[in-house]
Design a protein around this ligand. Structure first.
Ligand code: F6R
Length: 262
């Protein structure tokens, strides 16, 4: 794992977009694992700009989103399918047929979850997985006590997560759906590489526990310590509780892999 700290949210999002663009250019076919949420909005805006102004080509990309609320029709503006169309898919040249978001309206959620995993396998697995982190330490919607080997399934959301996401539902946590279909921690860990982005003070405490604390199912993001190719990209405020800061900066300044990004 490497932790890269940038001064502010814009610089952090910019670097995340550069990493993603690099992967897109390297692969003739790239399977992206995508996340939603406020953190990703800045990154998607930069990727859209890169497509429009620099010709970044998404035509050979496939995508699988981490999660979707259960019971929200895709046309609902708060569904993650709507989010993805609005912030990314409708502004780039990805083939919509190649974009996947779990179907939270499926009658048989277990069958939908199983089929989602099958589709990921069929395309050869996820090459690059983008992640945010929730205040509960969730990645995807893997709330505390999610098994570290869990697969795509339906999951209840904690009151804290519903409060975190209330802004999009007129500020009322009770309007946030209670359940979601989400990739499991085990599904996420199978991605060939992972990029987690965290911005802002509200993430500082949980981020430090996830990176520097013990691996525990109470904090799903701590499972990323097991992954062999994981970058954590954060701004100053999200990094404020990290105790190994000096060392992380030293690695970023000295790893040849980062020469182009410093
Ligand atoms: C969203 C997702 C979540 C978010 C996390 C952070 O698809 O899977 O894990 O990444 O809740 O959300 P923001 O970026 O809104 O703070």
């Amino acid at each position: 794992m490497e932790v890269i700290i940038r001064p502010g949210p814009e610089q952090t999002a910019q670097l995340a977009a550069l990493f993603i663009a690099h992967e897109i250019k390297q692969h003739s076919k790239l399977v992206l694992g995508l996340a939603t949420g406020r953190t990703m909005e800045r990154i998607y805006a930069i990727l859209v700009n890169m497509h429009k102004n620099d010709g970044l080509d998404f035509s050979k990309c496939y995508s699988f989103n981490l999660d979707e609320y259960i019971g929200l029709p895709t046309e609902n503006k708060n569904s993650y399918r709507s989010y993805m169309n609005y912030h990314l898919f409708h502004h780039i040249n990805i083939n919509m047929i190649n974009t996947h978001v779990p179907n939270g309206m499926a009658k048989d959620l277990k069958a939908e979850a199983k089929n989602y995993e099958k589709q990921i396998q069929k395309l050869g697995g996820i090459d690059l997985q983008l992640l945010g982190i929730g205040e509960t330490g969730h990645i995807g919607f893997n709330e505390p006590l999610s098994a570290l080997m869990s697969r795509t399934r339906d999951k209840s959301l904690t009151p804290r997560t519903r409060k975190q996401n209330a802004e999009m539902f007129g500020g009322d946590p009770n309007k946030v759906p209670t359940r979601a279909l989400t990739m499991g921690v085990g599904t996420i860990l199978e991605a060939r590489s992972i990029l987690l982005i965290a911005l802002g003070k509200s993430k500082a405490s949980i981020l430090a526990k996830a990176i520097e604390g013990p691996i525990t199912s109470m904090i799903s993001a701590s499972a990323l310590q097991l992954h062999s190719s994981c970058k954590i990209l954060v701004d100053e405020t999200a990094a404020s509780n990290l105790s190994g800061r000096k060392y992380y900066d030293w690695v970023f300044q000295n790893e040849p892999e980062y020469a182009h990004y410093r």
